[in-house]
Design a protein around this ligand. Structure first.
Ligand SMILES: Nc1ncnc2c1ncn2[C@@H]1O[C@H](COP(=O)(O)OP(=O)(O)OP(=O)(O)O)[C@@H](O)[C@H]1O
Length: 255
């Protein structure tokens, strides 16, 4: 990562909701082509931070640059190079997946081959299905496909694997790594520490509107170990999730 360029630069970002200060002057960079994780307890300020970067929410003060564009002065340019997950409410119930992608492509003003987009997330077989007919994992994959329609430089994923089974989670991890390997920067939030450890190049821990740690997962763990921390119990070489995956396989579940 040394020498990598910052594609998102956040400086002294403050967000107040009335008298309540949700972000207390946070500063961090996201580097080009990394998977960057925002971690922290409920209410810490992760979604607020993402929404300000996505130009969906105003900041109170501070500076946020996305690919060199200021969120306040050039929101239009930023919207063109980012991919954001839409709320499920935006998925018109009578349209099938191909028609939904055609609709979103039209809104973005881009020419997209819907079947190619569905192939990226392994949903070709569901091309004619309606969104509500998909399983939880399929819904998440479709939602990720919609973030890729405008071939963005950066995608934002808010808790992409919440509620999924272990196979679906691991397959989504592979998908997110593929997206990064094809040159896209990924910013995600998650409450799963195993996910952050497996997936993220760097993570920031947000707590009560402040960043309390930011580094690679490996370095953060080493720092803790070097401070004298020890797990109470010897860790086994596998865990119950490994048992699940070994018993039930790693294939996409289409049922
Ligand atoms: N529109 C709003 N008006 C007032 N307060 C808000 C608003 N949106 C968020 N907050 C407050 O700001 C703080 C940060 O909320 P935010 O949604 O950014 O947290 P989060 O880290 O994403 O939490 P979670 O993990 O639960 O999604 C919370 O205390 C929340 O109650």
């Amino acid at each position: 990562m040394d020498g990598a360029k910052a594609i998102i630069s956040v400086k002294n970002l403050v967000k107040k909701y009335g008298d309540f200060t949700a972000l207390k002057g946070i500063t961090f960079d996201v580097l080009e082509n990394e998977i960057f994780g925002l971690l922290g307890p409920n209410g810490a300020g992760k979604t607020t931070t993402l929404e300000i970067i996505e130009t969906l929410r105003d900041k109170t003060s501070g500076e946020v640059l996305v690919n060199g564009h200021d969120v306040e002065k050039n929101a239009g340019a930023i919207k063109q190079i980012i991919g954001v997950q839409l709320q499920a409410a935006g998925y018109y119930p009578n349209l099938n997946l191909v028609e939904l992608i055609e609709l979103f492509a039209g809104l973005y003003g881009v020419d997209t081959k819907p079947m190619d987009m569905l192939a990226k997330v392994n949903l070709q077989d569901k091309a004619k299905a309606k969104y509500k007919e998909l399983s939880g994992g399929q819904k998440q994959r479709f939602s990720i496909a919609t973030t890729l329609i405008n071939a963005p430089k950066i995608v934002f994923l808010d808790e992409p694997t919440t509620g999924l089974d272990p196979q679906a989670r691991r397959n989504l991890w592979d998908l997110i790594i593929d997206i990064r390997n094809q040159g896209t920067t990924v910013v995600l939030t998650t409450h799963y520490m195993d996910e952050a450890e497996q997936l993220c190049d760097r993570v920031a821990f947000v707590e009560r509107g402040e960043i309390i740690a930011l580094d690679t997962p490996d370095q953060l763990i080493d720092n803790l170990v070097n401070s004298g921390f020890e797990r109470k119990k010897e860790v086994k070489k596998a865990n119950l999730e490994d048992v699940f995956i070994t018993l039930t396989g790693k294939a996409w579940r289409e049922g």
